[in-house]
Design a protein around this ligand. Structure first.
Ligand SMILES: [Ca+2]
Ligand SMILES: [Ca+2]
Length: 203
């Protein structure tokens, strides 16, 4: 009886060992890539911070002659927003913020460090030339709808951050933009007459 149990135990052990070997042979990458994945995950976390971005005004009037659009960049709490190097900031990889020291909001930290969203964590505020931002959006053929604005930049120690915000843009008086708005309305037929009136006004 004892012998039989021993044989059974040996047999079970052998089957378990064999299946482990065959698993290793079939999926060799399990052993190789897991440590690397963890490593690259850590690398991404340490070199790129995801910031909370809020851009104003929203909605943005693309025809408006307003001077600025304002971006509020909030880093995770463990980072100091004062360490953001403003000269490294780019809006949609294209537009630099206003850096001219003649403006108080460029040089005075009590003006550019604000808690705009009232959550107890300071944000770094930067302003961009509104005409440049509107031109960039219009150059993509966008005159009405939602636009994703992204701000990238670096801290003084080279750590990079990125944040995005979706804002509404519109172009008052633009007939095509108005038609696009009307096309979004579910009951299109109800607004057919309105569209005709708009078309008539433009011509
Ligand atoms: Ca927003
Ligand atoms: Ca805040």
């Amino acid at each position: 009886m004892k012998k039989l149990r021993l044989v059974a135990l040996l047999l079970t052990s052998f089957v378990a060992l064999a299946s482990t070997i065959s698993l290793a042979a079939t999926y060799p990458y399990i052993w190789q890539t897991q440590p690397r994945q963890i490593h690259s995950g850590l690398t991404i976390l340490s070199s790129q911070i995801t910031a909370i971005l809020d851009v104003a005004p929203d909605p943005l009037n693309l025809r408006s002659m307003g001077k600025w659009i304002t971006a509020y960049i909030q880093l995770p709490e463990e980072y100091n927003p004062e360490n953001i190097a403003a000269s490294t900031i780019l809006l949609n990889e294209t537009i630099q913020p206003v850096l001219d020291p003649k403006y108080g909001f460029v040089t005075n930290s009590s003006e550019y460090l604000v808690d705009h969203n009232n959550d107890g964590i300071l944000e770094r505020m930067v302003k961009f030339n509104r005409t440049m931002a509107s031109s960039l959006i219009l150059s993509k053929g966008i005159r009405y709808g939602h636009v994703t604005l992204t701000v990238i930049g670096q801290l003084n120690d080279g750590t990079s951050f990125e944040g995005s915000d979706i804002i509404m843009v519109r172009m008052p008086g633009d007939v095509e933009a108005r038609c696009a708005r009307f096309r979004r309305v579910k009951h299109y037929a109800d607004h057919k007459d309105d569209l005709n009136v708009l078309g008539g006004q433009a011509s």
